[in-house]
Design a protein around this ligand. Structure first.
Ligand code: DGJ
Length: 728
């Protein structure tokens, strides 16, 4: 009995010694933003564990955070049986990796940005993974990526190389995904995650957002609500194939692994070469998903979209007006009408190039960027002159990454197209993709832009399109053992071309487009002023598309165009005012033949554009609050409030006839409770009674508008009301 007790004492003694030693050795890494903490701690084996992610804790209490079992960056090896963030085959054929903490450094990169780099290293092999974080203080956004490097004797093959793993130890998780297809982008669907793995991904390589965007919202312990509750939002900054995995394990832990889609993309890493993954941008909010939106928009205006502080231009695009059928005379007429209505810019779309193989439809000419002499015998110079005379800027469409097999470029360089040997060509929209893994092709694509903008310095705007994804993959540039690098090398090549273009042409405005919204991401957007989210310009559908888009991407760049009715894609007819009110809630443009408009329609448009010019600073710089969701009610409402709370703008739409009137209250948000505000309807319908008029010109406190709200009924299908909220 005595002996047993002595043994027990001995055990306790050793446990205490070990704990003391461990307590001394333990490393704590805190990634801090203004309101949040992401905390990592090492365990007794030196493995780094994600131990907390949430609202900021008092510094003194960080030591009370317990170490979890959730690896910061789990590697395949030892006892790990869940989906790994990292898997490699070492130079000697060993399939396993065991990463332990080595060191970390934290430094201020700029006033608002703190960089942390944590080195993890294999216990045996000379292979390190650096977990890198930029913590954007003010907006509470974390940008996380990984860098992998080794000094083994021979090449190491990477099979899994995640940007990040985020782990949570809560009781339930609700995932919202953003899915769709051409003309039906950014639909939102929420589901509770159950045990197992839910994978959101794209294997498309190019136009990789065609079926879904690399964005997610995660409601923690309940569905994500707009204005309260804990929600995490993230988006991967990568225009190539991507993957987001959500694994709930048997103990109800959630692991979110993000990164380049590893599918068929094993990467042979030479000694000392650094493999840098794209970044996941994410944030955690304790006041719902609306707060996530506002953080991303504010962050994007500073870091995520090109010149987020310059005012955007309104434009008229001739795509839906003419498609490929235009000539010099038609374009000059459109330029004249666009200028007359007050647009800032005319945008000439697809179809202006190709001579041996004229671009009269999508079957030929892509790749041959010489002006089509038959359609435009006086060249672009004449159109530019006309624009100058009419005091309107000029923009032009290009798709420089692509080629029609029926083109002079393809005749000269068939080896530049992505295609697998011994297989038939697999065109989509009659075109192939140029192999941007090849530096010569990168130079060529850059030169297409360079030549155009150098020859025509008056071109003020470029629409950069990309209308297909990769199939039949194969590169005649990459060696046989590196064919699997193509998805990654293409994307790196593309980003490098964007970079070169921007370095040489900093002032030109550029629109990111990909057969609609097939390429929207925060690796590309820093080079672009605006983005085209969908070819579907139907105002009703656009309400949904824009609703989803603005969770992560900022309205300042969200191009939204008024087009004809019946709409070309949906055949739906909606009033012109409704179409304007939807387009004006983002970045206003137009996509129709003005010559087919009545005088009254033109007058309405002229006035609407003028109104928009007076309020666009609120849309482009305001905080977005969603008041009534189209997913929940027939009446939709949203508002923008300027950060100084002096001006706000409310958009309200009725999507379906309500015989007895829809009188849902609009509880305004983001105002100063103490300020006095006047309400003023704008872009009013001509000759139609507005039920809002009872409130017109009255003064209310911010407190009243947020507590009692704004109350007026709406009756008719596609009725819309836009009003300003102006502080004294
Ligand atoms: C797809 C784009 O989304 C459209 O706006 C238009 O530019 C066409 N391509 C032109 O081919």
């Amino acid at each position: 009995m005595m002996k047993k007790k002595r043994n027990l004492n001995l055990v306790i003694f050793f446990v205490l010694i070990t704990c003391a030693a461990f307590a001394q050795k333990q490393t704590v890494v805190v990634i801090k933003t203004a309101n949040t903490n992401l905390i990592y701690k090492t365990d007794k084996d030196g493995v780094l564990k994600q131990s907390y992610f949430g609202k900021q804790l008092a510094d003194a209490e960080i030591e009370n955070v317990q170490v979890t079992k959730l690896d910061a960056y789990p590697a395949f090896g030892k006892s790990y049986v869940n989906e790994p963030a990292f898997r490699a085959v070492h130079a000697d054929g060993n399939l396993t990796t065991e990463l332990v903490y080595v060191k970390h450094e934290t430094r201020e990169l700029a006033k608002d940005i703190v960089l942390t780099r944590i080195q993890l290293k294999d216990k045996f092999y000379d292979l390190s993974v650096y977990l890198c974080f930029k913590a954007y203080q003010k907006d509470n956004i974390i940008e996380q990526w990984s860098e992998i490097v080794h000094e083994e004797k021979k090449d190491v093959t990477l099979f899994n190389f995640a940007s990040s793993q985020l782990a949570l130890d809560e009781s339930s998780y609700w995932l919202t995904e953003f899915y769709g297809d051409w003309a039906s982008e950014m639909n939102m669907r929420e589901q509770q995650l159950s045990e197992g793995i839910k994978v959101l991904e794209s294997k498309l390589g190019v136009r990789s957002n065609q079926f879904g965007h690399a964005c997610f919202l995660l409601g923690v312990n309940g569905p994500a609500k707009e204005n309260d509750g804990t929600v995490i939002g993230g988006t991967l900054a990568w225009p190539g194939s991507w993957q987001l995995e959500f694994e709930v394990d048997q103990s109800k832990n959630l692991r979110v692994i993000s990164g380049i889609n590893p599918f068929a993309s094993q990467y042979i890493l030479k000694p000392k070469e650094i493999f840098k993954t794209p970044a996941l941008l994410y944030t955690i909010s304790n006041s719902g998903k609306g707060e996530i939106t506002r953080r991303f928009h504010s962050w994007a205006r500073q870091y995520g979209i090109y010149k987020g502080d310059r005012s955007r231009v309104t434009l008229l695009n001739n795509w839906e007006a003419t498609y490929f059928s235009f000539d010099d005379k038609i374009l000059k007429q459109i330029i004249g009408d666009a200028a007359d209505m007050g647009f800032d810019l005319f945008l000439l779309d697809d179809g202006w190039f190709g001579n041996k193989y004229p671009r009269n439809d999508d079957t030929a000419g892509l790749g041959d960027w010489d002006v089509n002499k038959k359609k435009l015998p006086h060249g672009l110079d004449s159109l530019l002159k006309e624009s100058e005379n009419k005091k309107i800027k000029f923009g032009i469409w290009i798709e420089p990454e692509m080629v029609n097999p029926k083109s002079e470029l393809y005749e000269k360089h068939p080896e530049w197209a992505i295609t697998a040997p011994h297989r038939d060509l697999d065109p989509s929209r009659n075109q192939l993709i140029l192999d941007l893994s090849n530096p010569k092709v990168q130079d060529h694509v850059f030169s297409v832009v360079d030549n155009l903008l150098t020859k025509y310095p008056a071109i003020a705007y470029l629409k950069w399109d990309c209308n297909r994804y990769i199939t039949n993959i194969g590169s005649s540039y990459l060696p046989a053992d590196k064919q699997s690098h193509l998805w990654i090398k293409y994307t790196e090549g593309l980003l490098s071309v964007f970079n070169r273009v921007r370095a040489k042409f900093p002032e030109v405005r550029m629109m990111l487009c990909s057969g609609g919204g097939g390429r929207i991401d925060y690796a590309s957007m820093p080079f672009f002023d605006e983005y085209w989210i969908s070819d579907n310009t139907d105002a009703l559908d656009r309400i949904f598309i824009q609703w989803g888009t603005t969770y992560f991407f900022p309205p300042i760049g969200l191009a939204s165009h008024v087009s004809v009715v019946p709409n070309h894609i949906t055949q739906r007819t909606t009033p012109l005012k409704f179409r304007f009110d939807v387009a004006m809630s983002a970045k206003l443009g137009m996509d129709l033949q003005p010559k087919d408009m009545t005088k009254a329609e033109k007058d309405f448009s002229r006035n609407a554009i003028q109104v928009y010019n007076g309020i666009k600073h609120i849309i482009q710089n305001g905080d977005l609050y969603r008041l009534l969701s189209p997913y929940e009610s027939k009446r939709v409402a949203m508002m923008y409030t300027l950060p100084d709370q002096k001006e706000a703008l409310v958009f309200s739409y009725l999507l379906k006839k309500e015989i007895y009137g829809d009188d849902q209250t609009l509880y305004l948000k983001g105002l100063d409770p103490k300020k006095l505000y006047t309400l003023k309807e704008i872009n009013k319908a001509v000759d139609k009674y507005s039920w809002f008029s009872a409130l017109e010109g009255k003064k209310y406190t911010g407190e009243f508008l947020m507590t009692y709200g704004v109350r007026f009924p709406m009756y008719n299908e596609f009725e819309s009301v836009v009003f300003q909220v102006i502080a004294d």
